[in-house]
Design a protein around this ligand. Structure first.
Ligand code: 0L1
Ligand code: MG
Length: 262
């Protein structure tokens, strides 16, 4: 690691304040180009520590930048991982206050819920499918705290991978008999399809994103516990939303989920 604890704490405060007050900041590698991967995850962890100290609860995990569409959109080439806390959760059909966010975008996700713990290294899609209780459709709302949604990989990891809200569909579907690669995904904004894809866009198979998360945590001596909800990453590019927009996601065999921005 190249940053000291004071700097990590200061950068965590900067990014969390930007989130809570809905304002942009300059990407942190401008001032700290020496920041390394461990520093980036240490800042992310410090933001979580601050939230837990104020009573927030972790309700899930996420993989991000797992599709070619997203990697191309953001100009990066490696998946990233983050956490989701209770106040990020929005009910299916519920409203999201646009004014609480900076420049939100929505992305379609295949969401896993585990029934067994998953631990890397060596986790693969077979282990993930064996440990999956069910899958659901989910809309993730991302909101980079960085100016103009522009960042590098280390800055975005520190910013908890732009996480801000998520909406889960109410239909829980077991994976047995489903080919998650060929599931069609259609996201509509105000009744018009704005993003269309299939599960294979996520690392060839969405379960590969969950395996990558287990391997990432395994390298840190951690695991994905049983009963964990995990967003496997946007199937398509993310789409910007404005107040008044209504977003619906339909995933073949998994049902639908929607939200509205006010
Ligand atoms: O969930 C995601 O794919 C977000 C990863 C971070 C990059 C971004 O803000 O698009
Ligand atoms: Mg996502």
């Amino acid at each position: 690691m190249n940053l000291n604890q004071n700097t990590i704490a200061g950068l965590a405060e900067l990014l969390e304040t930007a989130e809570l007050q809905a304002h942009e900041v300059v990407k942190i590698t401008e001032a700290y180009p020496e920041m390394d991967w461990d520093d980036a995850y240490a800042i992310q962890n410090e933001i979580l520590r601050r939230k837990l100290a104020r009573g927030a609860k972790v309700v899930g995990l996420k993989a991000g930048l797992t599709s070619h569409g997203k990697m191309k959109q953001m100009g990066v080439s490696t998946p990233v991982f983050g956490w989701l806390v209770d106040y990020f959760s929005v009910a299916d059909g519920g409203e999201i206050k646009h004014s609480e966010l900076i420049h939100p975008k929505v992305e379609p996700e295949i969401v896993f819920v585990t029934k067994k713990a998953l631990k890397g290294p060596g986790c693969h899609i077979g282990a993930v499918l064996a440990a999956t209780d069910f899958v659901m459709p989910g809309i993730e709302i991302i909101d980079s705290r960085y100016k103009d949604f522009k960042f590098d990989l280390k800055s975005v990891i520190a910013d908890n991978c732009s996480s801000t809200r998520f909406v889960l569909g109410g239909q829980a579907t077991p994976v047995a008999g489903l080919d998650l690669r060929t599931l069609g995904v259609v996201m509509e904004k105000n009744g018009e399809p704005v993003a269309i894809g299939a599960g294979a866009a996520v690392l060839g198979h969405p379960a590969a994103a969950i395996a990558a998360l287990a391997n990432h945590l395994g390298a840190r001596g951690e695991e994905i516990p049983a009963g964990t909800m995990i967003l496997s990453g946007g199937v398509t590019e993310a789409v910007a939303v404005e107040p008044g927009d209504h977003v619906t996601l339909r995933i073949q065999s998994l049902g639908s989920v929607s939200t509205r921005f006010i």
